[in-house]
Design a binder for this molecule. Structure first.
Ligand code: GLA
Length: 754
C-alpha cells in the first residue's frame, strides 16, 4: 500500500470512529447506570461499569461480538451506537480479520490470533461463531454464540469486580454435535485496546534464582508471544502483561491496560498489533502441542483471563491487582489472614533434618518472635539427598523414630504452629512408588524418561495418581496437627505422554493435569479448612492467579540474597501482592553471590513482603538474636500495612539503579512505611530525597525511623503535603546500606468529611 492509500484508509477509519462518537452522543441517556452490566436491546450494546473503568461490547451486523471500548469510566449519559464490523483492508484482510472481536473462531479467512480452533472428525476445521443469546445476573454477563452450521456453542462469561473494575473473562465450549471433536487451540478471551501506535508492553521474565525481571518494549506491528511450554506456569515468562503509552514516565500517571491469566499449565498470551494498528491481547492454554478431545455432550471451560484498567499508571495497575487478589481471589477473601512470621529449615539443614536438630532450631526461632515453624525437605522416605525418596510419603524412621508428633508438640509448646514441605507431583526413580508404578509418570512408550533433579513428573491427570496424591496428603493432614504445607514442584515436563489413554485423548494431559492439581488443593482445603498452603516451584515458577485461588502465599525465588531480592521483589509486585510474597532472611554471605550484607539490611529487604527467617540460627551470635527480635517486633507493627496496603515504587531498582525505595500506605491511611536501599554511594552525592505518595495532604503524620537515620533537620511531625512535596532525606552512605521509617497519622485531615 502506498502512502496515499494509507492516508485514505486511515481517514476512512477516522470518519468511521468519529461517526460512532457522534452516534454515542446522539443516543445518550441522562440516567446513571443502575447495575454494573447494562444491555441496550435497540443497539445490542452491552456496557459494564465497575470502579473506575468501563467496558463496552456489541453484536455487529454479522453477529460477531465486537469490542467497542475498554478504558476509563465514562459518564452514564454516554451511549454507544450499534457495533459495526470494520471494513476489510483489501482483498487480503477481510472484515473477520480487521474487526476487533471478543472471541473469534478460526474460520472464514481469519489471520489474527484465533480464540478457538477445532478439528472435527470429518476433517472440517472451519468455525464461524455468531451471537445467539445472552443473560445478565448481577455483575455477571454471559453471551452465547454458536457456529453457523454445527452444534458447537460457546458461552462468553464476564464478571466485573466492583472494587477494582477488574473483569474476569472466560469461555465455555460445548460439544452438542454427535461426535467428539478436538480443540486445537483455545483462549479464555481477547482484550482489544483502543487503536493507537504509541504503546509500550511490560512483561515479566526470568529463570531459576532470577525470577521476576520487568521487561519493557514498544509495541510494533507484529506479534509478541509470552508463553510457557513447560506444563506449568514457569518463570521464563509469567502470565501477566501491562500496556501503557511510551511517553509515560511516572509510575503513578497515565493509562494502563493490564491483565493476567489464571492458569498453572502451559499458557500463552499473544500481544498483536494488526494490519490496522489494532492491539489485541489473546490468552489461554498454550497452543503448542495442544489438543483437547471434547466428547459429545461435554463442556470445556477455559481458565480465566483477568483484565483491568488504571489511570494511575503502572503503580495504580499494581495496586488494583493487589487489592483484587486480597479482596476477591485468595482463599478466605475478602479477609485472608495476615501471613505469620515463619521459620524454614531448608538453608540451615538442607536434607539433614532430624528430631533433635529441628527442635533446637524451633526453640531459637521462637525466641525471636517466629509464629510458624516449617520443616523443609528431607523428612520422608529414604530421602538423604535429592536422589531418592520422593514419592514415598512416610515419615523417615531413622530421623523421626517417634513420627512427627514429638516435634509438632514441641513447636506448639513454643507457641508456634507447624508446617511441612511436600512435593506431591514428583517421584525419584529410586523410590518404592516408582518401583511399584513405573507407568504413573509422564512418558512416551519406549522412549527415554528424562530426569531433572533426579526426578520424574507423576501424571496427575490419571485418576489413580490423583487418588494416591490426595490420599497421602489427606492422611498426613488427618494424622498430624499441621497448619501449613509448602507445596513444591521442582522441575518442568519432558516426554508429556499418557500412553494409558487412546492416542487422540493423550494431549488432554495438558489440561487434565492442572485441573486435578486444582481439585486436590480444593478438596484438601475443604476437608482441612485450617491448613494453609504455599505454592513453590523451585522458587517462583508456579505463581499465577489460578493457583492463588487455592494457596495462601507463594515463594517468589530460591535466590535469597537480600540485594538480588530487591529486584526480584520489585518485579513480583507488578503483578502480585506483597501480602503473599514470602521472603526469608538468610545467612551472610549468601550462597548465591557470596555477598555479605548486614542482618539489618537483610531484614529490611524481607520485611517488604511476608517475613520469614531461613538462616542457620545455630550460627547466630547473641547480638544477632537481639537484632532479629527487634526487627521481628518492628515487622509485626507494620505487617498489616505491608501486606494489605497501597504500594508505591518511589525509586525502582530497575535499570541498575543504585537506589531503591518503596512506600506502602495502610488501607485506613493511618500509617505509611518506607524502605530505602543504597547499593553504593558515589562522588559524595547524597541519597536522593524521598517524596512520599498517597498521603492525605492536610493530615499530620509523625515520622519514626526504625532502621538507618533520617536527616537531622527532619521534623518530628508534619503534614501530608510536607512529606509528599518537601520530602525527607535519609542518611545513607557507603555500600549496601538501608533505612526504614514509618509515618503515623496523628491528626485527622480537617477535610476528612468533605
Ligand atoms: C526447592 C525449593 C526450596 C527447597 C528445596 C528442597 O528448591 O524452592 O526452597 O524447599 O526445593 O528440596
Amino acid at each position: 500500500m502506498n502512502e496515499r492509500q494509507k492516508t485514505s484508509l486511515l481517514s476512512t477509519l477516522g470518519v468511521f470512529c468519529g461517526t460512532i462518537t457522534l452516534l454515542c452522543v446522539a443516543v445518550a441517556r441522562a440516567q446513571s447506570a443502575p447495575t454494573p452490566v447494562q444491555f441496550d436491546a435497540a443497539t445490542k450494546v452491552f456496557r459494564i461499569d465497575a470502579a473506575q473503568s468501563t467496558y463496552v461490547l456489541g453484536v455487529n451486523e454479522n453477529g460477531q461480538v465486537q469490542t467497542l471500548y475498554w478504558g476509563k469510566r465514562l459518564s452514564a449519559s454516554d451511549h454507544f451506537a450499534a457495533a459495526k464490523a470494520m471494513p476489510g483492508a483489501s482483498s487480503f484482510d477481510l472484515p473477520v480479520t480487521t474487526t476487533p472481536q471478543e472471541f473469534v473462531g478460526w474460520g472464514g479467512g481469519l489471520f489474527v490470533e484465533p480464540d478457538l480452533k477445532i478439528t472435527f472428525p470429518d476433517g472440517n476445521r472451519d468455525l464461524v461463531l455468531k451471537y445467539v443469546s445472552h443473560s445478565i445476573e448481577g455483575d455477571k454477563l454471559s453471551i452465547v454464540m454458536k457456529d453457523i452450521s454445527r452444534e458447537v456453542y460457546v458461552t462468553l462469561d464476564y464478571q466485573a469486580d466492583a472494587e477494582t473494575g477488574i473483569l474476569r473473562r472466560s469461555a465455555r465450549i460445548e460439544n452438542r454435535t454427535d461426535a467428539p471433536f478436538t480443540i486445537e487451540q483455545v483462549a479464555a478471551a481477547t482484550w482489544n485496546l483502543p487503536r493507537d501506535t504509541d504503546y509500550r508492553l511490560r512483561y515479566l521474565t526470568g529463570r531459576w534464582a532470577a525470577e521476576w525481571n520487568v521487561q519493557e518494549q514498544p509495541i510494533r506491528p507484529g506479534k509478541t508471544v509470552l508463553e510457557s511450554r513447560r506444563g506449568t506456569t514457569s518463570a521464563q515468562n509469567n502470565p501477566w502483561f501491562a500496556i501503557d503509552h511510551n511517553s509515560t514516565s511516572d509510575q503513578d500517571e497515565g493509562s494502563v491496560w493490564f491483565g493476567a491469566l489464571g492458569w498453572s499449565g502451559s499458557w500463552q498470551i499473544a500481544i498483536e498489533q494488526d494490519m490496522l494498528q489494532q492491539i489485541r491481547v489473546t490468552g489461554g492454554p498454550n497452543a503448542f502441542d495442544f489438543g483437547y478431545l471434547l466428547k459429545q455432550g461435554d463442556t470445556f471451560t477455559t481458565p480465566a483471563f483477568y483484565g483491568g484498567y488504571s489511570d494511575h499508571g503502572i503503580g495504580g495497575a499494581s495496586r488494583l491487582m493487589h487489592r483484587f487478589e486480597i479482596d476477591s481471589l485468595l482463599p478466605h477473601h475478602p479477609t485472608p489472614k495476615l501471613r505469620p512470621v515463619l521459620y524454614n529449615s531448608w538453608e540451615a539443614t538442607e536434607f539433614n533434618v532430624d528430631e533433635a536438630g529441628q527442635m533446637a532450631l524451633a526453640e531459637k526461632a521462637a525466641s525471636i518472635g517466629v509464629e510458624r515453624f516449617v520443616m523443609d525437605d528431607g523428612w520422608f522416605g529414604q530421602r538423604k539427598t535429592d536422589h531418592a525418596g520422593l514419592g514415598d510419603w512416610y515419615v523417615n524412621p531413622q530421623k523421626f523414630p517417634h513420627g512427627l508428633t514429638p516435634l509438632i508438640s514441641k513447636v506448639h509448646s513454643l507457641n508456634m504452629d507447624f508446617g511441612l514441605w511436600v512435593e506431591p507431583e514428583m517421584l525419584n526413580p529410586d523410590s518404592d512408588l516408582y518401583r511399584k508404578h513405573p507407568d504413573w509418570v509422564l512418558n512416551f512408550a519406549g522412549r527415554p524418561r528424562t530426569e531433572a533433579r533426579n526426578q520424574l513428573v507423576l501424571n496427575l491427570a490419571r485418576p489413580d495418581v490423583r487418588a494416591y496424591v490426595f490420599g497421602f496428603l489427606d492422611k498426613l493432614l488427618s494424622e498430624n496437627d499441621i497448619a501449613f504445607l509448602k507445596w513444591d514442584y521442582n522441575r518442568n515436563w519432558s516426554e508429556p505422554g499418557w500412553p494409558a489413554v487412546a492416542p487422540d485423548a493423550q494431549k488432554n494431559v495438558y489440561v487434565d493435569f492442572v485441573r486435578n492439581f486444582y481439585s486436590i488443593l480444593a478438596e484438601l482445603r475443604q476437608k482441612h479448612p485450617n491448613v494453609e498452603i504455599e505454592s513453590c516451584s523451585g522458587g517462583g515458577s508456579r505463581v499465577d492467579l489460578g493457583v492463588m485461588q487455592y494457596t495462601d502465599e507463594v515463594w517468589p525465588s530460591d535466590n535469597t540474597d537480600a540485594y538480588d531480592r530487591l529486584l526480584i521483589q520489585n518485579g513480583f509486585t507488578y503483578a502480585y501482592t506483597p501480602g503473599v510474597m514470602m521472603a526469608w532472611v538468610t545467612d551472610s554471605p549468601t550462597w548465591v553471590n557470596l555477598r555479605s550484607l548486614s542482618l539489618e539490611y537483610r531484614f529490611l529487604s524481607s520485611m517488604q513482603g511476608s517475613l520469614g527467617i531461613g538462616a542457620d540460627l545455630n550460627k547466630w551470635s547473641p547480638a544477632d538474636f537481639e537484632k532479629a527480635k527487634q526487627m521481628v517486633a518492628a515487622y509485626k507493627s507494620i505487617r498489616e500495612t505491608v501486606q494489605r496496603g497501597a504500594l508505591y515504587r518511589l525509586i525502582t531498582p530497575e535499570h541498575d539503579s543504585e537506589q531503591s525505595v518503596t512506600e506502602t500506605v495502610s488501607r485506613d491511611g493511618n500509617q505509611a512505611v518506607a524502605f530505602a536501599f543504597l547499593h553504593s554511594s558515589r562522588e559524595l552525592y547524597p541519597f536522593p530525597r524521598i517524596f512520599l505518595r498517597g498521603l492525605d495532604e492536610s493530615a499530620i503524620y509523625r515520622a519514626d525511623r526504625f532502621a538507618g537515620e533520617l536527616a537531622k533537620d527532619t521534623p518530628a511531625q508534619a503534614s501530608g503535603s510536607y512529606w509528599m512535596h518537601h520530602g525527607v532525606d535519609v542518611e545513607l552512605r557507603g555500600d549496601f546500606q538501608a533505612a526504614a521509617f514509618t509515618l503515623t497519622r496523628t491528626s485527622a485531615s480537617p477535610n476528612a468529611n468533605h
